[in-house]
Design a protein around this ligand. Structure first.
Ligand SMILES: [Ca+2]
Ligand SMILES: [Ca+2]
Length: 313
């Protein structure tokens, strides 16, 4: 399928179309092909697909879900921009790059798992996704560009993985609900201005978590942000799967997510350190037994118990 300018697409003006099925064999959806199909609510993409062009589904206001097939390695700029009804997006393992404004203004999108294979998220990619409450940034990402998650006003917490060495300004600008930012790379380069994390007219009133002596601490101190230290990975407590210094239900949840992933893909998606902290019964499997032990331990500690976590396996 070739590229078009917006008005030259053979489909231009056919906005009443509600469903599109793209036949197997098609490898490219050209630029602008389905631009502004305002009635389109379902699209089926073939397994042969490799690329989705710029503005391909831009302004398809009725589209509710999209499953991008395995084989697509990059999503071009503005591809799904302003798809305001989109509640579900499935991104494939193998995807490496998510373009500029590709999901900008997808105001109904609530949760998003970005595959571990993604190494580039361009600026504004998810800007204005105002319903997004749950976001997992992949462990292979190296760089957080300008404003990829700006105006994600429902996002409450975010963990920036060890692999990220640079965070640009406005990365989490105007994220009104953001109250926790965890930066796991102790020497991550954080753009030295106050607009990198913003949740209120007063700047950032949440907490920045990082290691003692990290650039995250230096940043927080310089801009008057609250800072809390997380424990050293070398001294990671058994059960602290997400490495935030406490063992609680969130860790049990991480274990269950990892177990489910293992069930479908044969990979837990956990780093070696995380996996070591997750395998409570030390049987080299990450599963519900480990999650259970974490939960029972967290409950016991919460009510004053002095047991060790391994007492619950
Ligand atoms: Ca934890
Ligand atoms: Ca285990």
């Amino acid at each position: 399928m070739q590229d078009y300018t917006q008005k030259a697409s053979p489909f231009y003006g056919k906005y009443w179309i509600k469903q599109i099925i793209i036949q197997p064999g098609v490898t490219t959806i050209g630029n602008n092909v389905f631009y502004n199909f305002s009635d389109l609510n379902a699209v089926t993409l073939p397994g042969s697909l490799k690329t989705i062009g710029e503005h391909a589904f831009d302004d398809c206001k009725s589209l509710t879900s999209v499953k991008i097939p395995k084989g697509v390695t990059s999503i071009s700029q503005f591809a799904f921009n302003r798809c305001e009804a989109l509640t579900s997006v499935s991104l494939p393992e193998g995807l490496t790059s998510i373009g500029w404004y590709s999901f900008g203004g997808c105001k109904s999108l609530r949760s998003l798992t970005i595959p571990e294979s993604v190494t580039t998220i361009e600026g504004h990619a998810f800007e204005n996704c105002t319903s997004l409450v749950s976001l997992r940034i992949p462990a292979g990402l190296t760089h957080i560009n300008n404003c990829p998650f700006g105006v994600c006003t429902s996002l409450t917490d975010v963990t920036i993985p060890l692999s990220v060495y640079a965070i640009e300004e406005n990365a989490f600008d105007l994220c009104g609900s953001l109250n926790s930012v965890t930066i796991l790379n102790p020497s991550c380069g954080i753009t030295w201005n106050e607009y990198t994390f913003i949740n209120s007219p007063f700047g950032f009133t949440g907490v920045i978590y990082g290691y003692e002596g990290s650039t995250a601490q230096e940043y927080a101190n310089n801009f008057g942000r609250r800072f809390k230290a997380i424990s050293d990975p070398a001294q990671r407590a058994l059960g602290d799967v997400n490495g935030d210094g406490v063992v609680n239900a969130e860790d049990a949840n991480e274990v269950l997510i990892a177990a489910a992933k293992y069930g479908t893909s044969g990979k837990t998606g956990l780093s070696e350190e995380d996996a070591a902290a997750a395998d409570i019964d030390d049987n080299s499997l990450i599963n519900a037994n480990d999650a259970n032990a974490i939960l029972r331990y967290a409950t016991a500690v919460g009510t004053g118990g002095k047991e060790k976590i391994t007492d619950f396996v």
